[in-house]
Each structure stands twice: as C-alpha cells, then as structure tokens.
Design a protein around this ligand. Sequence first.
Ligand code: 5GP
Ligand code: MG
Length: 179
Amino acid sequence: MPLSTISLHDKEFSPYLSANELSTAIRLLAQRLNEEYANRQPLFVAVLNGSFMFAADLLKEITIPCEITFIRVASYEGTGSTGHIQQVLGLREEVKERHVVLLEDIVDTGNTMQLLLEQFNKQEPASLEVATLFMKPECLLHDLHIRYVGLSIPNDFIVGYGLDYDGLGRNYPDVYKAV
Ligand code: 5GP
Ligand code: MG
C-alpha cells in the first residue's frame, strides 16, 4: 500500500524514503564496518534520541565483536558571550585506546558533530570515526571528515525513523519530508 502524507503539529510531510531504501543503505554501511573493524572490537556510541532506530538496525547487521553505548548532547544557554553551550552526557565507558564509532541520525551544519569529535578526541581513542544515516552536504559549516554516510540528501527537513519535528514523528519506519 502506498504511504500517504502525515501531519505533525502544524506541518504536512510527504513520503520520501521507504523503510526498504533505509535498510539497503544501512546494510551497506554495516558491511563496510564489519570489514574495516574486524579484530578491532569497536565501541559504537549512539547519539540519542535521533539515532535510536538507526543504531538498532545497524547493530543487528554487525557480525564482529563490538560494544554499544548511548550518549546525549544537552544544550543550555551559557552565561557568557558564547551563548549556546553543548555538553556530552552519559558516557561511562573508557574511550582511551578504543576504536570509537559515533552513530548519528543526521549531520546538518555539523555543529553537533564538531563538538562531539572534539570531546572524544580529548580522551585519546585509538581511532575515531562517524557513521551517520543522513547527511546534508550543502549545509555543512565545518571541515569534517564523515567516513560512513548512509544517504546524502538535499537541504529538506525530514522526519521519521528516529527523527522528530518538535517531539513528534520519531516512530515512523519510513522517512518523510516537509512539504
Ligand atoms: P547539526 O548540529 O549538524 O546542525 O544538526 C544536528 C541535529 O539537528 C541532528 O542531530 C538533528 O537533531 C537536527 N536536524 C538536522 N536536520 C534535521 C532534519 O532534517 N530533520 C530533523 N528531524 N532533525 C534535523
Ligand atoms: Mg542527532
């Protein structure tokens, strides 16, 4: 049955990428990770909330020994001139000398990923890479090297498969874009 448009808050979203298209992209990422991290026992670090479905489906396709943990990036208003400050919460695992792969739902401006890479690099991992399901290359403001990209997309606002619009829409197995 063809998917129909959904409404979230005040916006309409039309079907954009099917669950099948997502799982093909994720399987390809997993194959590369299985090859490139064999014998390295990677520590996958999923960035909540957006990456929860991606992390679950990706990890089901990972067949090498690995660990998975979850973090959050909290934003709050700073008191100084810097304004918006972001902080990494929830990491308990020792990162030093580990092969770390950050799992993100989407890299847009790259601000979040830039911060995460800085924070993780301070802890001296043996290696540090990013696997993101979606990337908007047109929007990137930083010189970031994102090694594993599921799907590159134009500058549209998307929801579903973990991604939300003001709290809603994370539960859909397919991805929709704002119309
Ligand atoms: P960045 O720091 O790269 O600009 O953005 C990262 C965060 O912005 C993502 O983790 C996600 O929460 C949000 N974001 C960016 N683009 C989209 C989008 O198209 N849809 C949704 N739902 N969130 C987005
Ligand atoms: Mg995110």
